[in-house]
Design a protein around this ligand. Structure first.
Ligand code: PMP
Length: 409
């Protein structure tokens, strides 16, 4: 066993979900792009919070109120460090990537977009980074354009540049396609967008578990992600926004905690970030996210990247050797995600056979219908890899796909 395999064999032992069998078979969990499994340290931290620290935040005039508030705000501080933000106040807690995009589309877009303005996205965006922009655009009379994707799954940079103009006010793109695995050049795209005076939102849902993100170096205006794709809890997400931009944005939702003063006639709003966090937040979500960041930092992104690239390379080569199998997305710079179809078989049928073999993948359109239309297919089977996968999982996948081919073709 190589050194890196040894490190990750021990990481794998931290995931209780992997000790179970499904349909009598050893579980090969290859659906991390949908959500990652949770390590024991995250589960324990949330249990600890619920057991001994439960209290509402920012309001208790008692000991436990302080403990919970400290845990919650310390999570915000951890996220700020994790993303390389300048200030802790640049971190807003939301429910997930989707709510994050909705917040920016409504709050920033509602104030700064005008009739005739353009929002540039790409053809490989998740619906979570399409629909919120369409909704605000429809309300305002703005227009959503999408930069094209090349046949190998890379962004068509020439088309992206051609679609940027003085009319472009927002460029919203994914750092990593949840279907093709393609990683975009966040710094370059941000620079190009800024050259025409547009703001930039990066959908970081798939990138945060793969690589170290530095929002200062990238210079994006907004960056959003979900904790549940980073070994953390569901229902917890993050919006990073540059302080000077957040300061100029109105709240997205109203209620408790986001106010400075309320009279029946009028309300003045709290400072950033609280202005954007109406109501009781998902406190244990933030606390769990803190533990999840501790977990990835303990392993180290260099190790994670090397290991995931090793798995990606091996799985790609083994799948490519299966006749009638087509992989969608072969960009040179891609994350540990492989989408494929067996020619002549429906993706759902393949997914079902894999499930019977204990291989958990996703089969469908992956909330990317425009991308499916671009490739002229209704869906794909998607296998995605993470820190707890190993070579045995790849072999289980390949064996199950060979079986599916025998059964279906
Ligand atoms: N963007 C991308 C690239 C994603 O993969 C996902 C989740 N599949 C989302 C956005 C939406 O994330 P969430 O459902 O956690 O809000």
């Amino acid at each position: 066993m190589s050194n890196i395999d040894k490190i990750f064999a021990s990481v794998r032992n931290e995931f209780p979900a992997l000790t179970q069998k499904v349909h009598g078979k050893k579980l090969a969990y290859l659906d991390s792009a949908a959500t990652t499994l949770k390590p024991q340290s995250v589960i324990d931290r949330i249990t600890q919070f619920y057991s001994f620290e439960t209290s509402n935040v920012h309001r208790g005039a008692h000991y436990l109120g302080d403990v919970a508030t400290q845990a919650f705000e310390s999570a915000r501080h951890k996220v700020a460090e994790f993303l390389g933000a300048r200030q802790t106040e640049e971190i807003i807690f939301v429910r997930g990537t989707t709510e994050g995009v909705n917040l920016v589309a409504n709050s920033w877009g509602g104030t700064h977009l005008k009739e005739g303005d353009e929002i540039l996205i790409t053809e490989m965006e998740h619906h979570g980074n399409i629909v919120p922009w369409q909704m605000v655009a429809e309300r305002i009379g703005a227009k959503v354009l999408a930069a094209k994707i090349l046949d190998n799954g890379e962004l068509d940079l020439e088309d992206f540049k051609a679609k940027l103009s003085k009319k472009t006010k927002m460029v919203a793109f994914t750092a990593c396609s949840n279907v093709l695995g393609t990683n975009t050049d966040m710094t370059l795209l941000t620079k190009l967008a800024h050259e025409v005076g547009a703001k930039v939102l990066i959908d970081g849902a798939q990138i945060v578990s793969q690589t170290k993100v530095d929002v200062k170096a990238i210079d994006c205006d907004f960056f959003v992600f979900s904790a549940h794709k980073l070994f953390g809890p569901f229902g917890q997400g993050v919006v990073y926004g540059k302080r000077e931009i957040l300061d100029g944005m109105s709240p997205y939702q109203g209620g408790g905690s986001m106010i400075a003063k309320v009279t029946v006639e009028k309300t003045t709003y709290n400072d950033v970030p609280f202005r954007f966090e109406a109501g009781t937040p998902h406190v244990e979500g933030a606390v769990g996210l803190h533990a999840a960041i501790d977990f990835v930092e303990r392993i180290g992104f260099e190790n994670i990247h090397s290991y995931e690239m090793e798995l990606l390379k091996e799985a790609t080569a083994k799948l490519q050797a299966i006749p009638d199998l087509r992989i969608f997305g072969t960009a040179p710079n891609k994350g540990p995600i492989i989408s494929f179809n067996l020619k002549g078989a429906h993706h759902s049928d393949v997914g079902q056979i894999l499930d019977q073999e204990g291989v958990a993948v996703r089969a469908g359109h992956h909330c990317t219908q425009p991308l499916m239309a671009r490739f002229g297919i209704p869906g794909t089977v998607r296998a995605s890899f993470s820190v707890y996968n190993n070579h045995e999982d790849i072999d289980a996948l390949v064996k199950a796909v060979v079986k599916a081919r025998e059964m279906l073709l």
